[in-house]
Design a protein around this ligand. Structure first.
Ligand SMILES: NC(=O)c1ccc[n+]([C@@H]2O[C@H](COP(=O)([O-])OP(=O)(O)OC[C@H]3O[C@@H](n4cnc5c(N)ncnc54)[C@H](O)[C@@H]3O)[C@@H](O)[C@H]2O)c1
Length: 335
């Protein structure tokens, strides 16, 4: 198959491109305009692989993306490209609306024209979305695919809107779509303005570690390799038109997560002047954060056989080891 990935130079995209090139015979076409979060150097290493092509294009540029579709003749679209930082979406919502809604519309409209004019009967459009579209849970329960959307931030509202567009293209134009709504991912190559690499970075540099005051908020965390395998299993075995929740199968309060990461950093670096836990500083919470967001993953397990393999404590150790092995990655600055 020829798999066209948008956002393939981002955190999840880098892992997905590497997985497909390492574990399958599929070709990868990566459309990514390379932003400050992108793993530019890492994906440039893939250029030497014949089955891989990168287009530095913006998904908001309709004609450029359309040309790439007809040139590359993809069988599968995995749409990851998005503005993704929830807190940033409060400051610059316009970029989120532009890429996440207009960009997704472009991808759908181009896919529809392409699909209708091709003989690709097994064409699929997988929209990679988030559990933030569901809003928040109380102290009990999990999100299922039947839950109503209740987004709370410009980011989650733009992703929810994108999911609605994707479903509309199924019903209106019979575009064969799939949607995944995933929990918080962690692992290598995540830009260090996100919480786990930020904790590692500040613990490493013995700087204050900012944690929101509502540190008892609960999150579902999934190791990025598990997420990539889940996406591949949905492409392979998912039912056209369906949504699939993806999660790590474990929940953890923000403060427990911060403590776990601090302790692993201290354990690896040994003989620290100060316990990294003591660097934790409480900062005001952003509005719109969920109290608890935990996924019911029984549908993806039943339909595709996928299960998360990585326990949180093991995935965190692998992640911390990766970031501390070459701290250059941690020291990058957001532009
Ligand atoms: N990271 C998570 O925890 C998580 C959880 C659930 C869902 N998701 C979804 O998964 C997808 C990927 O997330 P991520 O964490 O890898 O994001 P990321 O921010 O690390 O990467 C996004 C990539 O998309 C590219 N991009 C952004 N706008 C673009 C545009 N207009 N044209 C072309 N490329 C563009 C960026 O350059 C970047 O390389 C997103 O759609 C996100 O909503 C992420």
């Amino acid at each position: 198959m020829r798999i066209l990935i948008t956002g393939g130079a981002g955190f999840i995209g880098t892992a997905l491109c590497q997985y497909i090139l390492d574990q399958t015979d599929h070709d990868v076409i990566n459309i990514d305009n390379i932003s400050y979060v992108s793993n530019d150097a890492e994906v440039r290493k893939l250029d030497k692989i014949e089955r891989y092509t990168h287009y530095k294009q913006d998904i908001c540029d309709y004609h450029a993306i359309q040309r790439t579709f007809y040139q590359e003749q993809p069988d599968i679209i995995v749409h990851l490209a998005a503005e993704t930082h929830t807190d940033k979406s409060l400051e610059e919502p316009q970029n989120f609306i532009q890429t996440n809604l207009i960009g997704t519309f472009n991808m759908l409209d181009i896919s529809r024209n392409y699909y209708e004019n091709s003989d690709k009967d097994n064409f699929r459009f997988l929209n990679v979305s988030t559990n933030e579209v569901y809003g928040t849970l109380g102290e009990k329960g999990t999100f299922t695919e039947e839950d109503n959307y209740d987004p709370r931030s410009p980011y989650s509202a733009s992703k929810a809107g994108a999911d609605h567009l994707v479903r509309a293209w199924l019903h209106s134009y019979k575009l064969p779509i799939l949607i995944t709504n995933c929990a918080n991912n962690y692992g290598p190559f995540q830009f260090p303005d996100r919480i786990i690499p930020l904790i590692i970075k500040n613990a490493h540099q013995q700087k204050p570690i900012p944690i929101y005051r509502k540190s008892q908020n609960i999150r579902d965390w999934i190791y990025v390799e598990d997420q990539v395998e889940a996406l591949m299993s949905v492409i392979d075995k998912g039912t056209v038109g369906d949504s699939y929740n993806i999660g790590g199968g474990e929940e953890c309060t923000n403060i427990d997560l911060a403590h776990m990461v601090c302790d692993i950093v201290d354990d690896i670096l040994d003989k620290r002047p100060q316990s990294s836990r003591d660097l934790i500083t409480y900062v005001d919470d952003s509005p719109g954060h969920a109290l608890r967001n935990v996924m019911d993953i029984s549908k993806i397990e039943a339909d595709t056989g996928w299960k998360p393999k990585t326990k949180l404590k093991d995935g965190l150790r692998k992640t911390v080891e990766w970031y501390l092995k070459d701290t250059k990655y941690l020291l990058q600055k957001a532009s």
